[in-house]
Ligand binder design. Structure first.
Ligand code: ADP
Length: 466
């Protein structure tokens, strides 16, 4: 059978360069696709932080990563900007990259069935394919999938910069680049993409609304027939309580007692009462409005008056640092507030906690709930985006569910969900079964990659995708 040929284009790919979730996706998905028999290659800019000789590297078994080189544009410390803001020449940098991707395909003799573009930095690829390369036989069968990881960043530039894209002014119109007088790269990319995805099925619906659409809901509505959501995965090799060297005691479903050794060790480390019976509620989060911290603030007093321990790890907005510091001072006996980024402590908290709070206002995909499952920690989440798609209310009678959820963005509903969880926690026959069942769930990249593969096949076989 002829292998499907996919080129994944991204502005960051772990382990070479990463500022967020996109880097993880672009580093993990190709490896999982390779295992499914796809001829997948990856292309990214060669930033200053890429410590590779030459213009190629390999990830997975034999996934080639091509680097687009340009010292002036990419040999800088940061990827998109410095402390003064975005780099002034980002439009040129990523226009150069997008053209470079297509030229590189030709140079390597790699005729992709699918170019999988990610976020605004790659949005010019479908536009160039349908304009400058429209009659280029090399790409006559190439289709484009465009994945939105973060709709809030669209690649907006002043109208004056338009000529740098190298296309006729004809395309600076409301159907394509023009967006309230500015140039919007993502908008144009979406118009020309053969199919569009975002990082969860629920978020794919949410972005069609004014509340979540960031001004592009109309454009996305036009693409609704080719829009879908595929949940990201997590790296099951990295997040694995059986082999995690950062936690005091490794454990699995069959040695679950050791999870509670981790709990006692963390209680000791953080100066909390050492008692495995007290439910430990963990939270690891960017401290940003998106994460539902205002709801938590409203119920803190009530929550901490219960017999629970609350462990927070996070950094972000100063107002939340002040809030949590105050909380730590007032409830020092059963609260541990850690206002920093600390990957090791994060792993210990995932392993030690009984419950994990994610009351987000919005969450395109969310990884913390998947990591929690892996460590047998039960998430309490708001039903939004990827949280809604991965966490379902626990109902032992019906034999369903893997966590505790609430829908309306209300503090009393969050508190009610926590109380439901705590009631089950006390039930010694039900709780261990729930913990074991979530550890057996599959949120690995393998599952996501299989969905992407199905979609690639649909797009490449169909003139009218989906
Ligand atoms: P987002 O990408 O919106 O921040 P996600 O849930 O998708 O949210 O991913 C956040 C990831 O970052 C999780 O793996 C979480 O454990 C980790 N994380 C967040 N804050 C911290 C922190 N202060 N220290 C260590 N890890 C953190």
């Amino acid at each position: 059978m002829v292998k499907l040929k996919v080129l994944l284009a991204a502005s960051e790919v772990a382990p070479f360069a990463k500022t967020g979730g996109l880097g993880d996706v672009a580093g993990s998905l190709p490896i999982a696709l390779e295992e499914l028999g796809v001829d997948v290659r990856v292309v990214m800019p060669k930033y200053g932080c890429v410590k590779v000789k030459g213009d190629k590297a390999v990830i997975g078994k034999d996934v080639k990563v091509y680097f687009i080189e340009n010292e002036d544009y990419y040999a800088r410390k940061e990827l998109y900007g410095d402390k003064f803001g975005d780099y002034h020449d980002n439009l040129e940098r990523f226009a150069f990259f997008s053209k470079g991707v297509l030229e590189r395909c030709k140079k390597e003799g790699f005729q992709p069935d699918i170019i999988h573009c990610n976020d605004w930095q790659t949005a010019l690829i479908p536009v160039y394919l349908n304009t400058l390369y429209k009659y280029d036989q090399f790409f006559s069968k190439t289709k484009v999938l465009f994945t939105i990881h973060n709709l809030a960043y669209q690649g907006l530039f002043s109208r004056d910069e338009y000529p740098k894209i190298g296309l006729d002014w004809v395309l600076f119109n409301i159907e394509c680049f023009e967006f309230y007088g500015k140039v919007n790269l993502m908008k144009a990319g979406l118009m020309y993409a053969d199919a569009v995805t975002t990082v969860s099925p629920t978020h794919a619906k949410e972005i069609l609304t004014r509340e979540f659409g960031c001004g592009l809901e109309g454009v996305l509505k036009n693409k609704e027939h080719v829009l879908s959501g595929i949940l990201n995965g997590i790296d099951y090799k990295v997040w694995n309580p059986e082999t995690d060297t950062k936690i005091p005691r490794e454990y699995s479903v069959s040695t679950l007692d050791d999870k509670y050794v981790n709990k006692e060790m963390l209680q000791k480390e953080l100066g909390l009462k050492i008692d495995r019976e007290i439910p430990m509620i963990g939270m690891i989060s960017r401290l940003a409005d998106q994460k539902g911290l205002d709801l938590l603030a409203k119920i803190v007093e009530e929550l901490l008056s219960l017999k629970v321990q609350f462990v927070l790890l996070g950094t972000g907005d100063n107002k939340y640092h002040i809030l949590f510091e105050k909380m730590a001072n007032m409830h020092s006996k059963n609260t541990s507030v850690n206002l920093r980024f600390d990957a090791t402590l994060a792993q210990k908290i995932y392993a030690a906690s009984d419950l994990f709070l994610i009351p987000s206002r919005y969450e395109p995909c969310g990884l913390a709930q998947m990591i929690s499952f892996r460590y047998g920690t039960i998430p309490v989440v708001r039903e939004t985006g990827g949280l809604k798609d991965s966490v379902k209310e626990f109902n032992p009678k019906a034999g369903e569910g893997n966590g505790f959820t609430f829908s309306e963005y209300r503090a009393d509903h969050l508190f009610a969900a926590i109380k439901r969880a705590l009631a089950f926690y006390k039930n010694k026959t039900v709780w261990p079964g729930l913990v074991k069942s979530v550890m057996a769930l599959d949120f690995s990249w393998k599952r996501s990659a299989a969905e992407y593969l199905k979609l690639y096949q649909r797009i490449s076989q169909n003139n009218k995708p989906m």
